[in-house]
Write a protein that binds this ligand. Structure first.
Ligand code: PEP
Ligand code: MG
Length: 747
């Protein structure tokens, strides 16, 4: 890097900073900046284009192009050379702009006379803010130093834009972090909440992008990188790491020790940037480059580098993860992603959760569901858009988030929340009444649970017991395998809270989407159909046995109910049940009290079990239909795949006929049958199931009230006739007929 250019770019940055320091309106400042850049770079034109909305760029200031075109000329992302820079996040440098592919001629600007074009993105760690362009008449390519200088200036502009320096009065310009934004994501957990944003990882704010003294800045960046390296080395030295974790951290170490990375940041500083701005500039550039890479492994590394850059920024700014900011009232957690343990730590004080990534089956989603906190996943750009304390509405039913909503939207939303609360109050009045339908049939309503946090719902919801206790949640939220005594104490607390009501403990259901952080992940081509649930339990019975011992001890003589997940054939049930019997004998021989009665059941989650030999139904003390899994295998539609998971209706006659058959087999053998998948908590589905003969439904606690109210209003034998009729008529799904009938029922 020639010394001359370095000092010139420093000079330019200093002039830029002085310009920004003098008071003035946003538009004046932008105008002065374009003048200054054109002057310093020796070009006839300098223009600043900023995003008006996520898709549209607007010419916001120019030196050299026609002034009338300011705030008039717009282009879509990807359109023309400016749009290309914005889309790719990479510079475009050409000596002959009009001959470039994608060039768009904009007559109002008068730019046809300018041949050379250099455009660089104005971006801040993945957040695209605009494009900075210089143009000149003479046909020439800009050299590397010029590109570099313009990028450095763009970096400072990005920081200033982020701080809202220009937005105050610039006509029609998107004022960052101020306008209402609606983000359409996916439903992770139903429910509605109003609150204020609480960022899981607070944004680092850089207020000093330009530095006076490069030597001091270089010392700062070297010291910070040194500290970062030590912290990564310390992480690597931890003894508890397994091979995979080590590999990930090795990659971290490689980046942290990379000479190239530090050198590039030092070069940026030599150009006049502060240490913080240099880190961000490299972070943005690497992101833009890697985002073009289709290779999944490289993209993972992008996350690593991102994480390291964030750590470095926190070291430099002293803004640790604890930034001193106070959690607002009614906090809504906003994060790229979050682990189950972290989410659990926040606990019920959160009103809602919004994740940029996440999936329906992710552990965080499981915890949010257990805590009954509305969760929206796949909320694109939420982390970059939201600021701590911003008002936010979370619509978990629709999978929509309103950030900084207009008052009218907020008002409508509040009405919706109030209506839901009123309904909950009505349901509370039914709490101690049975789900007795008009025809005299009683349906037993149980709740699904898995965390200690669920236990208060046992009293509040009116559940007759726990139809499904997902024991894996206790394993998922820890970072090491729980001990037997710990589990025994925990299960005992569950039984204490149930006060004699039945709790069906499902043994560990891991594998597929539920991967224990401390167990070696299996690289399987199709984990949902792979080594999961009881298959793991039977092949490696150590944990299964430990869990059974814990359950027996927790019962302390009380009745115990155990069920096994994902039983696919009779033999698996026999072997699983034998484990229970063996542990009972063993515990008894050791002098421990054994449960008064032990029920051993199976979850019917694969179609094959419905066709098992009669002996299975005779041996099982009860059967519980795991509809989430059963449906995915029945329809061959992955429950985790947004594209197909809602494609087939549960009330499709094929599925109902299949349920009829299971109900029939259990009736023949006198085996109690329940349904514990998510569908049990959906109104029309619940009526259909009860009408077909399912006498026990287990669901999320919040669904019990509404389902009970509905079941009490209807005559199930009539509902059965409606379904039979729709089936006989050859309908694909009984939903339309049943919904119509339900709508006509008196309140
Ligand atoms: C099911 O599959 O329906 C079920 C209840 O189990 P899980 O959702 O935990 O797989
Ligand atoms: Mg299941």
């Amino acid at each position: 890097m020639p010394e001359r250019t370095e000092s010139e770019s420093r000079k330019l940055l200093r002039r830029l900073r002085d310009t920004l320091a003098t008071p003035g309106k946003g538009q004046d400042r932008l105008d002065r900046i374009t003048h200054l850049i054109a002057d310093s770079m020796g070009t006839e034109v300098c223009s600043i284009y900023l995003f008006r909305d996520a898709e549209t760029l607007e010419l916001c200031a120019t030196e050299g192009l026609r002034p009338e075109s300011v705030h008039q000329t717009r282009m879509k992302l990807g359109e023309g050379l400016v749009g290309r820079v914005a889309r790719t996040g990479l510079p475009v440098n050409t000596a002959n702009a009009p001959s470039e592919k994608g060039f768009r001629y904009m007559p109002e600007t008068g730019e046809e006379i300018y041949s050379s074009f250099l455009g660089v993105p104005i971006q801040r760690v993945g957040e695209k803010l605009g494009v900075l362009v210089v143009q000149s008449r003479t046909a020439r390519q800009f050299n590397d130093d010029e590109i570099y200088a313009l990028e450095v200036v763009a970096m400072v502009l990005a920081e200033m834009t982020e701080l809202g320096v220009f937005a105050s009065d610039v006509d029609g310009m998107r004022s960052l972090h101020k306008q209402p934004v609606m983000i359409r994501g996916g439903t992770g957990q139903e429910g509605a909440a109003e609150g204020r944003v609480w960022l899981h990882e607070a944004r680092v704010v850089v207020t000093n992008p330009v530095a006076d003294d490069p030597l001091t800045e270089i010392d700062r960046i070297r010291a910070a990188v040194g500290q970062l390296r030590v912290s990564v080395d310390d992480l690597l030295a931890a003894e508890s790491l397994d091979k995979e974790q080590k590999q990930v951290l090795e990659a971290y170490r490689m980046f942290a020790h990379s000479r190239g990375w530090l050198k590039r940041m030092e070069d940026d500083i030599a150009r006049g940037l502060s240490a913080e701005a240099a880190v961000e500039k490299e972070q943005s550039a690497t992101r833009a480059r890697l985002e073009q890479v289709p290779d999944a492994y490289l993209r993972e590394r992008l996350h690593d580098l991102d994480d390291l850059s964030n750590r470095l920024l926190r070291i430099l700014t002293g803004q640790g993860s604890d930034t001193g900011a106070e959690m607002p009232e009614n906090p809504v957690l906003v994060a790229r992603n979050i682990g189950p343990a972290e989410l659990l730590e926040y606990g019920r004080k959160l009103k809602g959760v919004v994740l940029e990534e996440g999936s329906v089956g992710s552990h965080a989603a499981i915890v949010a569901r257990a805590l009954a906190i509305p969760l929206v996943i796949h909320a694109d750009r939420i982390v970059t858009e939201a600021l701590n304390g911003d008002p936010i509405l979370v619509d978990g039913d629709q999978g929509i988030v309103h950030l900084r909503p207009e008052e009218t939207v907020a008002r409508a939303f509040r009405d919706k929340i109030a209506m839901q609360a009123a309904a909950q109050q009505r349901y509370a009045n039914l709490r101690d009444l049975p789900a007795l339908s008009k025809c005299g049939t009683v349906t037993h309503l149980m709740m699904n649970a898995g965390l200690m946090a669920d236990l208060p719902s046992l009293e509040g919801s009116g559940a007759e017991g726990v139809g499904l206790f997902r024991t894996e949640l206790q394993f998922l939220i820890r970072n090491k395998m729980p001990q037997r005594a710990e589990l025994a104490a925990l299960y005992a607390r569950v039984m204490d809270a149930a006060k004699g009501r039945r709790v069906a403990f499902r043994t560990l259901d891991i594998g597929s989407d539920k991967v224990l952080p401390y167990m070696k992940p299996q690289d399987e081509p199709n984990p949902a159909m792979g080594w999961r649930a009881i298959r793991v339990g039977l092949d490696k019975p150590g944990v299964l046995r430990m869990q059974l011992q814990a359950l027996i001890r927790a019962a302390k003589g009380r009745p115990l109910s155990v069920m096994f997940p994902f039983i696919t054939e009779y033999g698996e049930f026999v072997t699983s049940r034998d484990h229970v019997m063996r542990e009972l004998d063993r515990e008894s021989a050791m002098g421990h009290v054994v449960p008064e009665t032990v029920e051993v059941g199976a979850m019917l989650e694969t179609p094959s079990l419905a066709f098992a030999p009669q002996a299975f139904f005779d041996l099982a003390d009860f059967v519980s239909i795991g509809g989430n899994d059963l449906k995915q295998f029945f329809f061959a539609a992955d429950r985790e795949n947004e594209r197909v998971r809602r494609r087939y209706d549960t009330l499709n006659v094929s599925f109902l006929r299949f349920l009829d058959q299971i109900i029939g087999r259990c009736e023949t053998s006198g085996t109690p049958l329940s349904f514990c998948g998510e569908d049990a908590g959906r109104p029309i589905e619940a009526v259909a199931f009860a009408a077909r003969g399912l006498r026990t439904l287990s669901m999320r606690p919040a669904s019990i009230g509404p389902i009970k109210a509905l079941l009490r209003r209807v005559d199930l034998s009539e509902a059965r006739e409606v379904i039979d009729h729709a089936m006989a008529e050859g309908h694909e799904s009984v939903r339309p007929a049943l919904s119509e009938w339900l709508a006509a029922q008196p309140e």
